[in-house]
Design a protein. Structure first.
Length: 249
């Protein structure tokens, strides 16, 4: 697989940012489907390539993988701070479609991620179902926008308040509300998985139960493992099979 690191100016962020991109090699000239793969809270756009074999797993597929830098913004437009949703949707996707020979439509895009990025992937897919045909979450922070944060440290409470604002439950960052409000005819295919030793397991079980309650189709799976790269390196391979099926590859 070919690889490039993009450094570009994001109007939404008002600053330079970066994304790593894996490109298919060989005789195929495209157009290529695109998998947007999001990192977690403590990482950046380099982490998936450094901690997994994602480049080997997509070898031979007519699929680009784009791994953007999402900071610590949960891929939302913060109440106070950076507009990471707008940066993704308005800046990065347009930049990728303009620079590369992509299948620049819903049926040619999917999105996934881990932890913060798992939440972000599902959120963006539910917010913009016109842009993504499928979404997956590994060990996602699925209750991030749905519950109060009284049990976290003061430092994290203040940080999350700057992202979410004061009255976030039921709003644009609440996956439960987004799932309830989405038009079923527009629903992207959804897959959620989590490790049975993961500290976010209950969050994933609760969201899965809610989706079942409202009758929203999705795949859900639990596997042995914790909130760690040995788990994500294995299960991103299942996510790729899920996405390639929905992309028709």
């Amino acid at each position: 697989m070919a690889f490039c690191e993009l450094h570009y100016f994001s109007k939404a962020l008002g600053m330079q940012t970066a994304a790593n991109v894996i490109l298919p090699e060989g005789d195929s000239k495209g157009p290529f489907a695109v998998f947007y793969l999001l990192h977690g809270l403590s990482d950046d756009h380099t982490i998936w390539l450094r901690r997994t074999s994602i480049d080997r797993y997509v070898q031979g597929l007519p699929l680009m993988v784009v791994m953007p830098n999402g900071g610590r913004g949960f891929y939302t437009d913060a109440a106070q701070g950076f507009a990471y949703e707008k940066s993704m949707i308005e800046d990065l996707v347009g930049y990728i479609d303009g620079m590369f020979n992509t299948k620049a439509e819903r049926s040619g895009r999917c999105i996934g991620g881990l932890s913060m990025g798992g939440y972000g992937a599902v959120r963006l897919a539910l917010r913009r179902p016109d842009m993504f045909c499928s979404a997956n979450s590994h060990s996602g922070a699925m209750n991030f926008g749905h519950e109060k944060r009284d049990s976290t440290s003061d430092e994290l409470i203040n940080e999350f308040r700057r992202v979410l604002g004061e009255n976030h439950v039921g709003g644009k960052d609440d996956l439960y509300t987004l799932a309830e409000q989405i038009e079923r005819s527009q629903l992207p295919a959804l897959r959620i998985d989590c490790g049975t030793e993961d500290f976010l397991l209950n969050s994933n079980r609760e969201f899965h139960a809610y989706l079942d309650k409202i009758g929203l189709p999705h795949e859900y799976a639990e596997f042995s493992g914790a909130h760690e790269w040995s788990y994500w390196d294995v299960h991103v391979q299942e996510a790729l099979r899920f996405h390639t099926k929905n992309l028709g590859l």
